[in-house]
Design a protein around this ligand. Structure first.
Ligand code: ADP
Ligand code: MG
Length: 678
């Protein structure tokens, strides 16, 4: 391994303690990390316009000759303004720089530069402020744009980067065997690292990016697959397949759908093997995953094994607790609820009973994975709505037991290509069909002008005894026109919803307050719940049949689909009303998709098509290790290549023990920040 490359950034000339600190802020510890600090984008100085044609209040690239420079002026404390007059023959423009005497010094009267910056106009003509510039004789027309931090300028970073590249060249290495590079048509690592930072052309930057994005997805995929293989060890909880649960299944208040049955059987089959189950149960909102979880817990309990069900929020934990208690009551299976808001005495009492095995099923929030909770025989671990938990949390709960079986439930329909990558460590069961008799939710997209009519409709439903949700994007009103729950609720109470019982629900409320509002809504004591997206996940109130979503343009397709799933959970015909005044083509297209499609998987495919997988990888909620480049640029093509390649490599060498995979293995370990092969 090249030692200097993986040492601290202080190895570089000109990087001292202070600058190293700044790099740390960007997550850069080693020189190699610096090389992996990829540009967000590039400036292409080829695309320049004349001063005359430059767009005011926009960023423009101009080719300018400096006519005259004035001396830097100290204006207020510590603010220094530098000004120069420049021209391109069509007009004059003032170049303005703040606190950047150094960059200003380099501008020489009579010389020509390409400058990129925001152009504004005042009484005295046009100005370009704090431009990035290159000398017109510069060969490199493509300049990278980086994420920076206070006190770290792009020039400083580029200077250090140059040194890092030189260091890398003195200790060259490659993570991929020649054969793989050939097969997938990938550029060498060293070349790619140099060209992502100092590309000769847009094409070489793209080629570099392709290789580096491939690398990152490959590492992710390798890590996930190794974890999957690794968990195929022995479980102490091989269950007995002759244990019957048909009486329990018959007692459920509904007949299982075909998919629910199939998933239950797959799970029970897994539970009866001596390798631990590691399964994802994927099903659209309202598809009835809880019943399947209940069946698994019942089977475990009758095998004398404890189960834990972890929900991402207290509201959901309470809901699961209620559902499961009612299912299990007649069968003497004991359920408890363990959440963070319990008093310490109650908690201690519960903990004792969990440790002594008095409870069969333990439902709760992340409180159930805390160190102080001990289980007697935890053999089945279920996490609900997994996308809210990180891979690490998933593992933490599993580590509580003696390699217990694991079931992960997710209501986020994810396109298959993505699912295979992010759930690469799991087997997958899918509930694709909804329970019988569900009426499809009718969805309408309207503008604010129709709001009153929409609320007429809502009131009709309320008069019939139903309940409604109104979702707003934010809690407090801000300078923008977004509807914020608080002020919205105040207005609504006075106008459209006057006389109805309304209540607020948002993420800033204390858990106890949220619970009490949720309970009141469930018990029908509230007609309309005015809320933020806290209701997004899993909340189940079958009597609610209308949901109004304000500022619908603010939500992603999949998110709207999740929100919409709060209604249509009972026998009532349900409606979703999307309100937006955004008339952009993109928004109209999205509204059209939402009003015409009801299948979560189809919608997620559309989401993927419109936003690209980068959007997904850029979102921290998936709980994967942070992606540096795949979140900016990755295509289905690269994803599929990486998957295929990972399969080939592990087929050849399941734990990456061969010498030719050594650097790759170190990279995987770095990505996951732990030795997943151990
Ligand atoms: P999700 O998969 O979103 O977690 P839930 O488990 O909360 O869905 O189930 C949604 C609703 O559907 C619940 O009210 C539940 O009682 C009901 N349900 C579940 N399975 C069936 C079924 N087979 N037939 C009818 N209703 C069902
Ligand atoms: Mg659920």
């Amino acid at each position: 391994m090249p030692e200097k490359l993986f040492g601290g950034t202080e190895t570089l000339k000109g990087v001292g303690e202070a600058k190293a600190e700044k790099y740390l802020k960007l997550g850069i510890k080693s020189v190699y990390d610096l090389l992996c600090h990829f540009p967000k984008n590039y400036l292409d100085f080829h695309n320049n316009v004349s001063i005359e044609d430059s767009e005011v209040n926009e960023y423009n690239c101009l080719k300018l000759k400096i006519k005259s420079k004035s001396a830097p002026q100290a204006v207020r404390n510590r603010l220094v303004v530098c000004k120069a007059v420049a021209t391109d023959g069509t007009d004059d423009i003032t170049v303005v720089m703040f606190n950047n005497v150094y960059a200003f010094q380099y501008l020489k009267t009579g010389y020509e530069y390409y400058m990129y910056g925001k152009v504004t106009e005042n009484l005295f003509g046009k100005e370009i402020t704090s431009p990035v510039y290159i000398h017109s004789g510069e060969k490199n027309f493509i300049q990278p744009i980086y994420k920076l931090t206070q006190g770290l300028t792009v020039n400083v970073l580029r200077n250090d980067m140059k040194q890092a590249i030189a260091l890398m060249k003195s200790e060259p290495f490659e993570t991929l065997p020649e054969s793989i590079m050939k097969k997938y048509n990938l550029c060498p690592l060293m070349w790619s690292l140099e060209n992502i930072h100092f590309p000769e052309s847009k094409v070489s930057a793209d080629m570099a990016r392709r290789r580096l994005a491939f690398d990152e997805l490959l590492k992710l995929q390798l890590g996930m697959m190794i974890m999957k293989n690794r968990s195929r060890t022995h479980t102490g909880f091989k269950m007995d397949s002759s244990v019957k649960i048909s009486d329990f299944v018959k007692s459920l208040p509904f007949e299982l759908t075909g998919d629910q049955k199939k998933a239950s059987l797959e799970i029970i089959k897994d539970l009866c093997r001596d390798v631990p189950m590691n399964r994802l149960l994927q099903g659209d909102v309202g598809s009835g995953k809880t019943a399947v979880a209940g069946i698994a817990c019942c089977f475990a309990a009758r095998n004398g094994v404890q189960s834990a069900l972890m929900a991402p929020t207290e509201i959901l934990a309470v809901q699961h607790y209620r559902t499961l208690s009612s299912f299990f009551e007649p069968f003497g299976i004991k359920v408890c609820l363990l959440t963070g808001s319990l008093k310490s005495r109650e908690k201690n009492e519960l903990r004792e009973k969990i440790a002594s095995g008095e409870y069969d099923v333990i439902v709760g929030t992340h409180a159930i994975i805390q160190k102080d909770v001990e289980y007697k025989s935890l053999g089945l671990v279920i996490t609900d709505e997994q996308h809210r938990f990180g891979v690490a949390q998933r593992t933490a709960l599993a580590e509580k037991g003696n390699t217990p079986h694991k079931l992960v439930m997710s209501a986020t329909p994810i396109p298959r290509t993505l699912a295979l990558i992010i759930y690469g460590d799991l087997d997958i069961s899918v509930i694709a069909q909804l329970p019988k008799g569900r009426k499809p939710i009718k969805t309408y997209a309207i503008t604010g002008k129709m709001r009153h009519r929409a609320f007429n409709f809502v009131r009709q439903r309320l008069a019939e005894g139903r309940q409604a949700y109104v979702v707003c994007p934010m809690i407090e009103e801000s300078e923008s026109e977004l509807f914020a729950v608080k002020s919205y609720a105040e207005n609504a109470v006075k106008s459209d919803l006057a006389g109805y019982r309304t209540e607020l629900l948002h993420g800033k409320m204390k858990p106890a307050e949220k619970d009490s509002v949720m309970n009141d809504f469930r018990d029908g004591k509230i007609d309309v719940l005015i809320c933020t997206t806290v209701v997004e996940v899993g909340v189940d109130v079958p009597n609610a049949s209308v949901i109004v979503i304000e500022n619908a343009e603010r939500f992603g397709l999949s998110q709207i689909h999740q929100l919409r799933g709060r209604v249509g959970r009972g026998q009532f015909e349900s409606t979703c009303i999307l309100i937006t005044d955004n008339t952009s083509e993109e928004c109209l297209h999205r509204m059209k998709i939402m009003s015409s499609k009801t299948d979560g998987f189809e919608i997620s495919e559309e989401d993927l098509k419109m936003r690209g997988p980068g959007d997904f990888f850029g979102n921290a909620q998936h709980g994967l290790p942070p992606m540096k480049i795949a979140d900016l640029s990755c295509s289905n093509e690269i994803m599929n290549m990486a998957r295929e390649c990972a399969g080939e490599i592990l087929g050849d060498d399941p734990m990456l023990e061969k010498e030719c995979y050594h650097s790759l293995k170190m990279d995987v370990i770095r990505l996951f920040d732990k030795d997943i092969t151990g």
